[in-house]
Design a protein around this ligand. Structure first.
Ligand code: TYM
Length: 327
């Protein structure tokens, strides 16, 4: 069975962008692939986190992984910090990656601007920890949103570099994009991606938002000039909303356009809010039940870490031996 690996930072709200760009694919792919899904808490601390909140967010994220339909019997769910091979391999990559390569990363450039007062070294070397997360498990595919594509390219580059020097060491992983919605845009600014670190909560819909909040956010969402509900280059805001509608309702964009022909934005937004609310309802029920049993979530993480460790340590030991560091 071919392997996939992906991860999300437990840094707060999980939104529709995370779901459509990543989580939703994972649920579909778990049937066909040996799947490893990580909670990347060492990535999350590149932005200052409240310690108690980080612990809570970690459980909240495992609960969300399960609530959307990942099956812990089938997939390996684990926390990055439980498997020390991640930080060890990341250090080794620090000695193989070039400053120029990391300086080119758009996520770093954005975050450095956003966190001027805490532009820490971890923000800069972040992609190397991500490369370690991936390459330790030798996956064939990495299902992530489009914003992570550049990091996957860097990961491939590093893997090839190491393979050239030391012989076959790493599988070269491929970026795996969602067929639709690999880049969901912010509701209040269709030129920016939907993001949990956005300054305004009007930009995203959290998977845990109540029906009232969802309705308000959709109502307030930006639209384009005009009245017709159509997707296209000149209607980026509507195209984004239509994409969300289409993915969550299992209708094509054309079908949704036809549904609202001649009805204007108000009706469309009302329909979209209903689609989102109905879609999230069962997820929210599952989530609430799962969050009432933290010891069970802890057990799942422990079991996942034990499975992950077996594979990660094997890769790390191979790399260490190749560079001359024997146990
Ligand atoms: P993170 O935690 O920011 O986001 C988690 C996943 O959600 C996707 N995503 C989106 N997809 C579509 N539209 C959006 N607006 C949107 N916003 C976020 C992200 O692409 C991602 O798939 N560096 C990663 C976490 C990471 C990782 C890894 C991923 C660390 N190690 C190893 C894969 C493999 C990140 O910050 O994701």
């Amino acid at each position: 069975m071919e392997r996939i690996l992906s991860g999300i930072q437990p840094s707060g709200t999980i939104h529709l962008g995370n779901y459509i760009g990543a989580l939703r694919q994972w649920v579909a792919l778990q049937e066909q692939y040996d799947s490893f899904f990580c909670l990347v808490d060492y990535h999350a601390i590149t932005v200052r986190q409240d310690p108690e909140q980080l612990t809570y967010n970690t459980y909240s994220l495992v609960a969300m992984y399960l609530a959307v339909g990942l099956d812990p019997e089938r997939v390996t769910l684990f926390r990055q910090s439980d498997v020390s091979a991640h930080t060890e391999l990341a250090w080794i990559f620090n000695t193989f990656a070039y400053m120029g390569e990391l300086e080119r990363m758009t996520q770093y450039k954005d975050k450095a601007k956003q966190h001027k007062k805490n532009n820490n070294v971890g923000l800069f070397t972040y992609p190397l920890l991500m490369a370690a997360d991936i390459l330790l498990y030798q996956p064939k595919y990495v299902p992530v949103g489009e914003d992570q594509k550049q990091h996957i390219e860097l990961t491939r580059e590093l893997a090839e570099r190491m393979n050239n020097v030391y012989g076959e060491t790493f599988t070269i992983p491929e970026y795996f994009a969602a067929p639709q919605g690999a880049r969901i845009m912010s509701l209040d600014d269709p030129t920016k991606k939907m993001s949990k670190s956005a300054t305004s909560e009007w930009g995203y819909i959290a998977l845990t938002d109540t029906p009232e909040v969802i309705t308000k956010k959709v109502k307030k969402a930006m639209t384009d000039s005009g009245t017709a509900v159509v997707a296209g280059k000149t209607t980026p805001a509507l195209t984004n909303l239509l994409t969300i509608y289409s993915v969550l309702s299992d209708k094509t964009i054309q079908e949704v356009e036809a549904l609202y022909q001649g009805q204007g934005y108000g009706k469309f937004k009302q329909g979209l809010a209903e689609v989102i609310i109905e879609y999230l309802k069962p997820i929210q029920v599952n989530y609430a039940t799962l969050m009432s049993d933290i010891p069970m979530l802890q057990r799942i993480l422990q079991q996942g870490a034990a499975k992950a460790k077996l594979i990660a340590d094997k890769t790390l030991n191979d790399v260490k031996a190749k560079i001359g560091i024997h146990p």
